[in-house]
Design a protein around this ligand. Sequence first.
Ligand code: FES
Length: 146
Amino acid sequence: MSGGRKIRVLVCRGPTCGDLRDSAKIHAELERHVDRRGLGDHVILDWQSCFGQCQKGPNVLYREAKGREDKLHLAMAALVGSVKSAMHHAMTPERATGLLDRHLVSWGIRAAATPPALAPGPGHPSSAPLVQSNENHDKKRGPSEG
Ligand code: FES
């Protein structure tokens, strides 16, 4: 199913997201989550210096990885790109890992790995609606997709 596809996750470490809002905790939790869940073949985790949306931070960009893309291109493409991409604002470590799992599955990069009996409940971040995001998908989303 995956065909070697990957998701790139960029955590902003600019002055507002990083220094004032401690986005290092988000990056560290994402790193632990990738290790714990064995997601290393599917996830490229990196930093971004600033997305220009500081007042909404801390911000995290999830984007389907397509070959080599420089970071300036990635920041611009967050809003206008032609691949699956979503910028999320006001992030916490818990939301960041939940949304990583959600995008991996909903974008068809990785099959759901959580058995139904262990699936997160309604209050878990991965089951929350994708609010505060700039979804930018190639295909239209149906009403049942969220
Ligand atoms: S510091 Fe994060 S968007 Fe500017």
